[in-house]
Design a protein around this ligand. Structure first.
Ligand SMILES: Cc1cc2nc3c(=O)[nH]c(=O)nc-3n(C[C@H](O)[C@H](O)[C@H](O)COP(=O)(O)OP(=O)(O)OC[C@H]3O[C@@H](n4cnc5c(N)ncnc54)[C@H](O)[C@@H]3O)c2cc1C
Length: 380
């Protein structure tokens, strides 16, 4: 089955759109993949109610994970709070083989398709969009094949190197369900080498975060650990803006934020660096960073970003997983000093435009033109 990301997806409130499309094709049942995020669960419950008023059944099955969130538990039934034992139990639990393609699939071409395609055309004609990955299952499978035949061999040594194209780049495809993790796990079944093992571990992180969110739905918007909820943060809009535009004066942070603004993707290590810089070094509430990630990331995924986001401006950045492990070295400079660095080095858009005549794209922070020849102002 080759279903593109946006096939048959008119715009609007799913409580109205889904029953309308079901009515258009005369469906008696609507099948979906079972949701596990708090928003998805609420939305699906409401869609189910709306369909039931029209005597249409709503059937949710399966999971976008190898093992459905909530199924891997300790012997006493309690959820795992730490990744390593979770991963061991997750492997022991096992997962079914990937589902085969349906023997035949009738695709209906509907009146509402026109509306859906015009919505997509409008969305894609917005200027400054990042280059989007090729949509659909066939494209995801091609990318997976390229990775298996290429980068995977050195994945364990290259995956932590943002300067190398050493990872699969499959996250946007996994996020929309164009490829299932069970397909990737089946590819690696029986392999015991370090590269394959490391890749399976990364998929396990995805499963772990989904599991944490399943057991703690409010962690989508609240601090997971009660001890963190009293932390004071700085509002500092100017610092958030410098971070957002990639103008902090800290080269790796700036390069990463510009990569995010320009492409919608950021390497895992750079997500850690930029998120940690915002919360730990600048002392800004993680939710502000997470909101920007939600807006910009093409692979944006509630469990991944929520639980992966570091919290706190303590001497250690604490992962939002309930285990409370940390990453990041102890602070070598207090947040006040880093804030001062950024304020001193940050050339605001208004000032850059006024003093240097450059035209800066407000969305990406990139210089997109010159109003007049650049002249260094006497005061600098
Ligand atoms: C602050 C922060 C925010 C993040 N936000 C997201 C997000 O919104 N969506 C998202 O998919 N991932 C998120 N991640 C996890 C990770 O950075 C991306 O999944 C990874 O960079 C995607 O690139 P890739 O597909 O080439 O990864 P690969 O290295 O090829 O890994 C294969 C797959 O494993 C999963 N994976 C890999 N690393 C992680 C990880 N650390 N945590 C969870 N799953 C992982 C992803 O599904 C990924 O596609 C976030 C991490 C951090 C630190």
């Amino acid at each position: 089955m080759d279903v593109s990301y946006w096939q048959c997806r008119p715009e609007g409130d799913p409580r109205k759109v889904v029953p309308a499309v079901a009515r258009e094709v005369g469906a008696q049942a609507v099948h979906v993949t079972r949701e596990s995020t708090p928003f998805g669960r609420r939305r699906d419950a409401q869609v189910e109610r709306a369909l039931s008023h029209r005597d249409i059944r709503f059937i949710s099955t399966g999971t976008p994970y190898a093992v459905g969130p909530g199924l891997v538990v300790k012997q006493d039934g309690a959820p795992y709070q730490v990744f390593t034992p979770f991963r061991a139990a997750w492997r022991d639990h096992g997962w079914p083989a990937p589902a085969g393609a349906p023997a035949n699939l009738a695709v209906a071409h509907l009146e509402s398709d026109r509306e859906a395609w015009s919505f997509v055309d409008d969305a894609l004609s917005v200027e400054g969009l990042p280059p989007l990955p090729e949509p659909g299952e066939a494209a995801a499978l091609r990318k997976r094949r390229k990775f298996l035949d290429g980068e995977l061999a050195a994945y364990d040594s290259n995956r932590a190197r943002p300067d190398r194209p050493g990872t699969s780049q499959l996250s946007p495809h996994l996020k929309v369900g164009a490829i299932h993790p069970r397909t990737l796990l089946a590819d690696l079944a029986g392999r015991r080498d370090r590269a394959a093992d490391t890749f399976v571990s990364e998929l396990a992180w995805r499963e772990f975060y989904a599991d944490v969110l399943w057991h703690n739905p409010s962690s989508a918007w609240r601090d997971l650990k009660p001890t963190l909820s009293g932390l004071a943060y700085d509002e500092a809009d100017d610092l958030v803006e410098a971070w957002r535009q990639g103008r902090t004066g800290y080269p790796i942070v700036d390069a990463a934020m510009r990569q995010l603004n320009g492409t919608g993707y950021m390497h895992n290590r750079l997500r850690m660096v930029t998120a940690s810089f915002l919360t730990k070094d600048l002392g800004i509430d993680w939710r502000r960073g997470e909101r920007l990630f939600a807006d910009k990331l093409i692979d944006f995924d509630t469990p991944g970003k929520v639980t992966g986001y570091p919290v706190g401006k303590d001497d250690r950045v604490i992962m939002r997983s309930s285990g409370g492990g940390g990453y990041g070295d102890p602070l070598t400079r207090p947040p006040e000093a880093v804030q001062a660095d950024v304020r001193a080095g940050f050339v605001s858009v208004a000032r850059a435009e006024r003093d240097y005549g450059v035209v800066i794209d407000a969305g990406t922070g990139a210089i997109v033109g010159m109003k007049r020849p650049a002249a260094v102002p006497a005061s600098s």
